[in-house]
Design a protein around this ligand. Sequence first.
Ligand code: NAD
Length: 395
Amino acid sequence: MIIKPKTRGFICTTAHPEGCTQNVREQIDYVKSKEPINGPKKVLVIGASTGYGLASRVAAAFGSGADTIGIFFERPADSKRTATAGWYNMAAFEEEAIKAGLYSKSINGDAFSDSIKEQTIELIKKDWGKVDLIIYSLASPRRTHPQTGEVFNSVIKPIGKPYTNKTVDFHNGEVSDVTIEPATEDEIRQTVAVMGGEDWEMWMKALKNAGVLADDVTTVAFSYIGPELTHAVYKDGTIGKAKEHLDTSAKNITEMLKGINGKAYISVNKALVTQSSSAIPVVPLYISLLYKAMKTKGTHEGCIEQMYRLLKERLYADNLLLDEAGRIRLDDFEMQEDVQNEVAKLWALVNTDNIEQVSDIKGYREEFFKLFGFMRAEINYDEECEVDVKNPGMI
Ligand code: NAD
């Protein structure tokens, strides 16, 4: 098949296997170029196929020599369609991990379900005995509750009153005002049910009850705070409510793991182009300006730099540098005053006519297409390519 990007809004419905393979290799090369991590050895990553989960799996395997199990929800290719990018990412990861002599297995299915939890526990019992780090990196628009069967849908909306601000269509650079109506109580409830910590707690309880958690086990889930200008749609909006719930879950899990000295952390990460963040209004424009400011300053990072830093300089370093609320902060460079002042200045100026100059919208667009294996200089996208790629570690 000759594969070209096909987009529908902020979704790309095709993915290029060779491009995705190169993306994964690039992350592996980055980690190998850095100092090794004296870190975890048996790592379970829930949401391992793209974004922060993929990068944390690469950092653990190739930085710390860890055996990994990755859980994700991706679609393989069929006769008419390519697989999803995450499918190709995981196939490439497994291949590289096996070559490097690392144990590496993949489970593809709904992580919110009881059956995927049971399958994972069986695998850990059979092959490892115990797990010492669990990264929880799910981002999903919906969740079916495993006990009640209720289907929850998450929304990204402000709370209390409508919110108007600038946004960009990153495909054509058109800057316009967007108004988002406030969420209803039920929308807030459903978003918390999808993106809050209930499922993380269910995972940790199931793993604990099965006796597969090592002493001193660590688990981490990801959050975002960001600057004032995105607060209405993020921190103070529906997704922020879900993240507050996640904070509470971290405390509940730490309490639950007291007997084995286990700890649950929230890591507040940097805003980055991922499949999930491109779906949030206002945020792509903010990220384009942020990238401009951070690249100019030389402090820009991608998922892999962030996840390497999480393991090397926080979780497995002497000091986790927790903030006043007990969270790990990897958004430290993003939130520096000079960076945020620059973003605020550019935010006031940016419009359709000057966006290519004042922002890094070009970098945003490139990174978006790169997520799906496109826009890589070394790949000839006019050539035929095999879309049916097998994952050698699939259970
Ligand atoms: P992503 O969309 O790149 O990755 C989501 C992962 O979840 C994928 O591996 C996907 O397969 C998996 N997944 C989704 N639904 C699933 C299901 N039902 N069962 C199994 N797997 C499923 O997202 P991301 O941006 O890396 O986000 C991960 C976490 O990081 C989220 O908690 C997000 O809020 C947080 N975060 C993101 C940013 C950002 O800017 N992207 C910043 C800070 C924090």
